[in-house]
Write a protein that binds this ligand. Structure first.
Ligand SMILES: NC(=O)c1ccc[n+]([C@@H]2O[C@H](COP(=O)([O-])OP(=O)(O)OC[C@H]3O[C@@H](n4cnc5c(N)ncnc54)[C@H](OP(=O)(O)O)[C@@H]3O)[C@@H](O)[C@H]2O)c1
Length: 331
C-alpha cells in the first residue's frame, strides 16, 4: 500500500475539521485507493507538531502538544509531506503565509490543496506553473465556494461545452445575513450570528463588502474559463448599505435579495461582477436558504445547469478532501 503523509498549515476551525475528517476516512482511503494515509504534521502561526508515523485519531492532535517554532518554511522543510493542505488566513493583497507554504511545497514536489484564497488571488498563474513544472497537483475547491461544485463542475461535467454565463450565490455569510434580515433580524445581529456559526471570515467586512464573492468569481474565471482577470477588475457591490426600508420594499414586491457573482465570457475577455439582485419567489435562487450556496451555468449544448448545496465547516473540509481523493485517483 502506498504511503501518503498529509500536513496541514493553519489549525483553526477549518484545519481541525479537515484533520478530524481525514482521520475518520483512513479506512476508506485504504479500501478504495490502496492508500495508507497518515496525518503527520499540523501547524499554526507560532507552533506545530510533527509525528512521522502519524498523529492520533479520531479527532486529531491537541494544540497543547505543539512545538513552538515549528511553523513557516521550517515546517515544510522538516515534515516530509506528500500533500499539503493550507487552511490558514486569507490575505488577498500579499498572498500571506499561504503563498510561502504553497510555493515551498510545490517546488519540493508536494501536492498542494488550498482552502484559503489569498495566495491564489495573488498569483494563481505562478502557482499553477510551479505545480506543472514539478509534476504535482494544485487543487483549491475549498477556496472556490467549497462544497458547491464550481471549477470541477465546469472542467469535468461541462467539458466540451461553451460556457455562456456563470451566476452564483458564492458567499454563505451574505446569503445568511440577507435571509435573516428578510426574517426581521437587524443587520449587526445577523452578522454576529453568521460569525457564531463559523461561516463568516474573521473580519466580516471581507464578506459584507463583496470581496469574498469577488475573490471566488476571479478564481473561477481564471481557473475554469481561462480568463486572466485581477481581483480589482471585478465590479463589486456589498450588502452593508441595506436598510430596513429596502427590506420592507422587497417583501411588499414579493422578491428576495441575493448577492450574486457573475462571469460573462465575451469576445474581448471576461466581464466579472458582484451585484445585489432581487428574484421573484419562484426563481431557483430565491429558494436558496440561509445556509446554502448555489451556482447556475448557462452553456451552449447542455442548457442551464444548476447546483445548490449546504454550507458548513464540515462541508468545506469535505471539499478539500474531495480534492485529496482526486489526487489519489490520478496518482
Ligand atoms: N469558515 C469557513 O466556512 C470557510 C470556508 C471556506 C474557506 N475558508 C477559509 O479557510 C481558512 C481558515 O478559516 P478558519 O475559519 O479555520 O480560520 P481560523 O479559525 O481563524 O484559523 C486560522 C488558522 O490559521 C493559523 N495561522 C495564522 N497564521 C499562520 C501562519 N503564518 N502559519 C500557519 N498557520 C497560521 C492560525 O493559527 P494561530 O491560532 O496560531 O494564529 C489559525 O489556526 C481561511 O482562509 C478562510 O477564508 C473558511
Amino acid at each position: 500500500m502506498q504511503r501518503w503523509n498529509v500536513a496541514i498549515t493553519g489549525f483553526g476551525a477549518i484545519g481541525r475539521t479537515v484533520a478530524g475528517l481525514l482521520l475518520q476516512r483512513q479506512a476508506r482511503y485504504a479500501q478504495c485507493h490502496g492508500a495508507d494515509v497518515r496525518l503527520t504534521a499540523v501547524c499554526g502561526s507560532r507552533a506545530g507538531l510533527y509525528a512521522p508515523d502519524g498523529l492520533p485519531g479520531p479527532h486529531g492532535p491537541e494544540r497543547e502538544a505543539m512545538r513552538a517554532g515549528l511553523t513557516g518554511e521550517e515546517f515544510i522543510e522538516r515534515t516530509n509531506a506528500h500533500v499539503l493542505i493550507d487552511a490558514g488566513p486569507t490575505d488577498y493583497e500579499t498572498g500571506g503565509a499561504a503563498y510561502g507554504y504553497l510555493r515551498s511545497a510545490l517546488s519540493r514536489g508536494v501536492h498542494a490543496i488550498a482552502i484559503s484564497k489569498g495566495a491564489l488571488i495573488f498569483d494563481l498563474a505562478g502557482l499553477r506553473a510551479l505545480a506543472a513544472a514539478n509534476g504535482v497537483a494544485l487543487k483549491f475547491s475549498g477556496a472556490t465556494a467549497a462544497a458547491l461544485p464550481t471549477v470541477d463542475l465546469i472542467e469535468h461535467n461541462l467539458a466540451g461545452c461553451r460556457v455562456l454565463k456563470v451566476e452564483g450565490i458564492f458567499t454563505a455569510t451574505t446569503n445568511y445575513v440577507l435571509s435573516q434580515m428578510m426574517d426581521g433580524v437587524a443587520l449587526p445581529d445577523a452578522v454576529a450570528q453568521a460569525q457564531q456559526l463559523g461561516m463568516a471570515e474573521p473580519d466580516p467586512r471581507f464578506d459584507m463588502d463583496g470581496w469574498d464573492t469577488a475573490c471566488k468569481v476571479t478564481l473561477i474565471a481564471n481557473a475554469a474559463l481561462n480568463a486572466n482577470i485581477a481581483l480589482n477588475d471585478v465590479e463589486r457591490q456589498g450588502i452593508n448599505q441595506i436598510t430596513p426600508r429596502d427590506i420592507d420594499g422587497w417583501k411588499a414586491a414579493g422578491v428576495v435579495p441575493k448577492l450574486i457573482g457573475e462571469i460573462v465570457p465575451g469576445e474581448h475577455g471576461v466581464r466579472a461582477t458582484v451585484t445585489l439582485r432581487t428574484y421573484p419567489r419562484e426563481h431557483p435562487f430565491a429558494l436558496v436558504g440561509a445556509k446554502m450556496k448555489a451556482i447556475s451555468i448557462q452553456t451552449d449544448a447542455m442548457g442551464d445547469v444548476v447546483a445548490i448545496c449546504r454550507t458548513s465547516p464540515l462541508a468545506t473540509a469535505a471539499a478539500a478532501l474531495k480534492d485529496f481523493e482526486h489526487i489519489l485517483m490520478k496518482r
